[in-house]
Design a protein around this ligand. Structure first.
Ligand code: SIN
Ligand code: MN
Length: 211
């Protein structure tokens, strides 16, 4: 039985509204801040073709290289620093969220993104994990904190219609199985919608994956 409060948007795609309590959100926000301003800091990736992304990114566990679209141990597209480990507590949290949607994830990497007021992310597929992981439909678990995002959830082809979903602070989103390769993106952030208790301007999003 799927936990109460879990909405299935499409086969394999689940929106878990208000899944994290405010104290949980506060704790994860504190981790995100410490990580993104830590010894190996977040940065704005420049992707293939030379465009800058509209988020500040930090990879944990494995580094996603924005020019090769491959994972690696050190940030060869930026400063050569080794990728920080994925903290155990975050890993456990993501595993439990997947289980709440009746899916199995043992994440070994997470991409942490910070969106300012003008943050956004174009429509894309998450398809740089191993062929085995993608073929098995091992889910991506996403956690949203701070300002609300207008998330777009599409189909398996770029031209398929997209469904707008408001991802609010404390929401989780899980997409695996037949939904694993659906296109998705963030069209905009709704400024000043973060719970005041978080003291956060903007939005953190964490996406956990299993390579
Ligand atoms: C992503 O697709 O990598 C990020 C999604 C989000 O920010 O909600
Ligand atoms: Mn993605």
């Amino acid at each position: 039985m799927i936990t109460y409060g879990v909405m299935e948007l499409a086969p394999g795609a689940f929106h878990l509204k208000q899944h994290l309590s405010l104290p949980q959100q506060r704790a994860v926000v504190e981790s995100c801040r410490a990580l993104i301003d830590g010894a190996v800091p977040g940065y704005v990736p420049v992707v293939r073709g030379g465009g800058k992304m509209h988020v500040r990114m930090l990879c944990l566990g494995r580094h996603w290289n924005g020019t090769t679209y491959r994972y690696e141990e050190a940030r060869s597209d930026y400063d050569q620093l080794p990728v920080p480990p994925l903290p155990t507590g975050l890993r456990e949290l993501a595993r439990n969220i997947a289980a709440a949607a009746e899916m199995k994830l043992d994440p070994d990497l997470c991409i942490l993104n910070y969106y300012g007021a003008d943050g956004r992310m174009g429509l894309h597929q998450d398809k740089d994990e191993s062929a085995e992981s993608l073929a098995a439909g091992v889910p991506v678990v996403s956690i949203s904190l701070g300002d609300t995002a207008r998330f777009l959830f599409g189909g398996l082809r770029r031209r398929d219609p997209v469904q707008p979903v408001l991802l609010e602070s404390g929401d989780a989103f899980v997409f695996g199985g037949p939904a694993r390769l659906r296109y998705h993106g963030v069209s905009r952030i709704v400024p000043a919608t973060a719970p005041p208790e978080l003291g956060l301007d903007g939005r953190f999003n964490l996406t956990f994956r299993q390579y």
